[in-house]
Design a protein around this ligand. Structure first.
Ligand SMILES: Nc1ncnc2c1ncn2[C@@H]1O[C@H](COP(=O)(O)OP(=O)(O)OP(=O)(O)O)[C@@H](O)[C@H]1O
Ligand SMILES: [Mg+2]
Length: 196
């Protein structure tokens, strides 16, 4: 495929939305053709996922991760792959490493890996890494209410899962996300310019 596929991953509140938006702006200012997208998507499947995360709809962990993977397959077919074929730079706020890192807290890692094994590998996976204490403080000062995944001990496991997975998949880079928004953005640009 002609385009480039950039993914942001990390625990809740690590700054994925902040940094993916800044990167989109930066690349657009260079005159590049960019699609910023996210998971879960705004499709019907994404709606089910959000309802489950808010505990408005009760389901099991394996169903939730199957839904995330189904949402991803739909996302790839409808948006990501067509945009890459058009030569766009696609930036996704979360992708399959999230399913594995969050899911493996309760479920078998190998099952989650196999569920996601057919999906295309991104050109760069940027893992925003920071202690959950800091990410929780950020969430508390910016949002109302906590979702299913946001407790410190659990986030610590997920953080370690991302670090472990970064060694098992190609093109993964870890950035210290406890730094300022501007400093993290500079490091993101450094990485991205290497592949463009
Ligand atoms: N490097 C940073 N330093 C200080 N505050 C930050 C930094 N990055 C993001 N923030 C702030 O932290 C809050 C959470 O950031 P953001 O929404 O980007 O996180 P997120 O990773 O997208 O979270 P989620 O995964 O839950 O969507 C926002 O208020 C944002 O402005
Ligand atoms: Mg976000």
């Amino acid at each position: 495929m002609k385009g480039k596929f950039i993914v942001f991953e990390g625990i809740d509140g690590a700054g994925l939305t902040t940094q993916s938006t800044l990167l989109e702006k930066y690349l657009k200012s260079k005159g590049l053709n960019v699609l910023l997208t996210k998971e879960p998507t705004n499709s019907l499947i994404g709606g089910l996922i959000r309802a489950a995360l808010k505990k408005e709809w009760k389901t099991s962990n394996d169903v939730l991760q199957l839904l995330f993977s189904a949402d991803r397959a739909h996302h790839l077919n409808q948006e990501i792959i067509p945009a890459l074929r058009d030569g766009k730079i696609v930036i996704s706020d979360r992708y399959f490493l999230s399913t594995i890192a969050y899911g493996m807290v309760e479920l078998e890692k190998e099952w989650l890996k196999s569920l996601n094994s057919k999906f295309p590998q991104p050109d760069i996976v940027i893992i925003l890494d920071l202690p959950p204490k800091i990410s929780i403080e950020r969430i508390k000062s910016s949002r109302f209410g906590f979702e299913l995944f946001e407790e410190e001990k659990r986030l610590e496991k997920i953080r370690n899962n991302f670090l472990e997975l970064s060694k098992e998949y190609k093109n993964c880079f870890i950035i210290d996300a406890s730094k300022s928004i501007e400093e993290v953005h500079r490091q993101v640009i450094n990485l991205v310019e290497k592949i463009l």
